[in-house]
Design a protein around this ligand. Structure first.
Ligand SMILES: O=C(O)CCC(=O)C(=O)O
Ligand SMILES: [Fe+2]
Length: 316
């Protein structure tokens, strides 16, 4: 039976349907790697401001540059598949462990302020979701936050993207297929222009645009910590021939020096026999990931295993 994309109404976590909603989240984590949140507590007014300012910023500061890039690379007239470019216009805001917001050029002051406010809300939501995951996994409250903490707290940042109309969306992807390297990803996506797809049972499935929703997906680190109980899932963006898709993806990731390994409570059997994933320093994983982002994740885990066996990390 074809299952529908999981949509979670967070309001119901406060009522007598809590158990069923928790099960729905657990099922989404096990079978989809993705779910979409409604009534997540972030005000619609704030989200509307973020959307308006992001679209305005694109028109004022990014669109011309994108068009010039397309023209200079001849991307609008390709006649065969392009596997080394993405049809996206992006910039990155870092919030934690320290903010880079004041160094980003061309951000209007009110846009800067609204994005700061949004990031604070998203950080709270991320930690709330991590605790729901802890509960479902049978881990103590705060386990995942602590696992990500390292010595300076998590890395938390936002990639602001626009996927402008693309004349050849079958030849150039908006964003090529990948799994996310980090922890928990929170996405505010355009509610009118679709394009995000995830790979499920060998088929690409649309992540449905919904007004004022936040889409959550799980990165490679949660696969490792859960010893594969939850998995990161391949996804990609298909640009549209008409319509510009906005997407604001926030990455709640481990700190650079956080040591990542399967939670002992989720490793079955004696000693380390049931441990399916390696132990490593998050930054070592990221150094590897940048070069192989658009490849399968399994060789990344294997490379980390090889590193672990030559240079084991003391148990902390
Ligand atoms: O734009 C999107 O919807 C997804 C972006 C994404 O997958 C990423 O930046 O890792
Ligand atoms: Fe992604």
């Amino acid at each position: 039976m074809e299952m529908d994309f999981p949509v979670i109404n967070m309001e119901k976590l406060n009522g007598d349907e809590r158990g069923a909603v928790m099960d729905q989240i657990n099922d989404a984590c096990q079978n989809w790697g993705f779910f979409e949140l409604l009534n997540h507590g972030i005000s619609h007014e704030l989200m509307d401001k973020v959307e308006k300012q992001t679209k305005e910023h694109y028109r004022k500061r990014m669109e011309q540059k994108f068009k010039e890039m397309v023209a200079s690379k001849g991307l609008d007239s390709v006649d065969s598949e392009h596997n080394d470019t993405d049809w996206e216009s992006t910039f990155f805001l870092r919030h934690l462990p320290s903010s880079n917001m004041s160094q980003i050029p061309d951000l209007d002051q009110d846009y800067r302020e609204v994005m700061k406010e949004f990031a604070v809300e998203l950080e709270k939501l991320a930690e709330q979701i991590l605790d729901l995951l802890c509960h479902n996994l049978g881990l103590e409250k705060g386990y995942l936050k602590k696992a990500f903490y390292g010595s300076k707290g998590p890395n938390f940042g936002t990639k602001v993207s626009n996927y402008p109309p693309c004349p050849k969306p079958d030849l150039i992807k908006g964003l090529r297929a990948h799994t996310d390297a980090g922890g928990l990803i929170l996405l505010f996506q355009d509610h009118k222009v679709s394009g995000l797809q995830l790979l499920k049972d060998g088929k690409w499935v649309d992540v449905p645009p919904m007004h004022h929703s936040i889409v959550i997906n799980l990165g490679d680190q949660l696969e490792v910590i859960t010893n594969g109980k939850y998995k990161s899932v391949m996804h990609r963006v298909i640009a549209q021939t008409d319509g510009n898709r906005m997407s604001i993806a926030s990455f709640y990731n481990p700190g650079d020096d956080a040591v990542i390994y399967p939670a002992p409570a989720l490793v079955e059997g004696e000693e380390d026999k049931g441990k399916l994933y390696p132990k490593f320093v998050f930054d070592d994983y990221m150094k590897l990931y940048v070069g192989v982002k658009f490849e399968a994740k399994e060789p990344r885990f294997e490379a980390m295993k090889a590193m672990e066996s030559t240079n084991p990390i003391a148990t902390v």
